[in-house]
Design a protein around this ligand. Structure first.
Ligand code: COA
Length: 333
């Protein structure tokens, strides 16, 4: 049995179209001041063209991750694709990505765990690698939100938060004794499912989608923002402390903290509770908004390339999202 898995390579991709808060203020009743004060977001990226799905954004991110790992597409033995905005309802984006990468026969699993999706995917990849089921697993987080939120006064609370983007990591066996994923926890509590959800089309309803549902706008995500905020600031520090304990690390031994990017205020509160300084924390929400399953690999990929971490660095991840789902992990790169 392999002792630990690790990140062999990481990559990211965002579309080139920048949409600022001022751009959004032209089409709905919002303002740069409101968005920056409450969330820290200044701009986000949207896909340029009709027909660009999560699997398309995942392609360049995967290529970057493979290059970083010194591997080629044919070296991937399995794909785990985390997204809440798959290209289509079915089949999953993982099979579409596998096809685009030229990998017939390679298994592809879609993970539907929203903002915690990357950590859920990492958990599966880690288990597969350690049990020697698959040698190299591609874990992707990719989202196209811009086609799925409502740019009107009714939808403004959600629409201003999200952006499009992708991150990808190649997971394989760690080669050094102190390297690799040292702890990982994932959690779920469906009691808050309706605090942040996209209700329709719904298999539970006959029919799944009606004109009346479209009029009510329940084919757009609905959120009780204050509830989500409360849960996130409670659960993220607890899970982060727990994974640090399991990894045998104190907060001051963390070289880089990569939290999910839902709200700058959430992450500042979580960092304060943990005693991890801002200088060691990745914030890119101001540039990209919330890219859901992509935030953690995207944040780590940028930070690695900026020289904020390197092989041997202790990195802490923490995520919270719809479900509710949440998780944390500690990895020595
Ligand atoms: C969304 C969030 C920024 C809203 O901040 P808030 O301080 O809770 O704001 P509220 O929802 O109470 O709304 C305050 C007012 O701003 C208004 N408002 C909502 N969205 C707005 C927008 N985009 N622009 C301007 N005003 C807006 C509301 O209608 C409300 O007006 P009212 O007081 O007249 O009723 C905050 O709750 C949050 O970040 N929650 C967590 C969300 C999250 O992380 N989601 C992703 C999960 S991974």
């Amino acid at each position: 049995m392999i002792h630990r898995s690790t990140i062999l390579g990481i990559g990211h991709h965002v579309p080139s179209k920048v949409v600022t808060n001022h751009d959004l203020a032209k089409i709905m009743n919002t303002s740069d001041e409101w968005i920056v004060q409450r969330t820290g977001i200044r701009e986000r990226r949207f896909i340029e063209e009709n027909g660009t799905g999560a699997s398309d954004l995942a392609m360049p991110a995967t290529k970057m991750a493979l290059e970083h790992a010194g591997l080629e597409a044919k070296d991937i033995d399995a794909i785990v694709f985390a997204t809440l905005s798959p290209d289509f309802n079915f089949p999953g984006s993982g099979v579409l990505l596998g096809h685009k990468l030229g990998l017939p026969g390679v298994p592809a699993l879609d993970v539907r765990n929203q903002c915690s999706g990357f950590l859920y995917g990492l958990s599966v990849a880690d288990a597969w690698v350690r049990a020697e089921v698959y040698r190299r697993v591609l874990v992707v987080g990719a989202e196209v939100h811009s086609t799925g939120v409502e740019f009107t006064d009714r939808g403004r609370d959600v629409a201003v938060l999200f952006g499009d983007g992708a991150g990808a990591a190649v997971i394989g066996a760690a080669t050094h004794p102190d390297q690799g994923l040292k702890s990982l926890e994932i959690h779920a509590d469906g009691s808050g499912a309706k605090d942040l959800w996209l209700e329709a089309p719904a298999s539970a309803y006959i029919p799944r989608l009606t004109h009346e549902m479209l009029d009510r706008g329940i084919h757009y995500p609905q959120m009780i923002g204050k509830q989500v905020f409360r849960w996130a600031t409670e659960k993220m520090p607890v899970v982060a402390r727990s994974v640090l304990d399991k990894a045998g690390l104190r907060p001051d031994q963390v070289d880089l903290f990569v939290p999910h990017q839902a709200n700058l205020r959430i992450n500042q509160l979580v960092g304060d509770k943990l005693g991890i300084p801002e200088a060691k924390t990745v914030h890119n929400i101001e540039k990209y908004g919330n890219t859901t399953a992509a935030t953690i690999p995207l944040g780590l990929s940028e930070a690695w390339r900026e020289g904020r971490c390197q092989r041997g660095s202790n990195v802490l991840f923490a995520a919270f999202g719809s479900g509710y789902t949440w998780g944390g992990a500690v990895i020595t790169l």
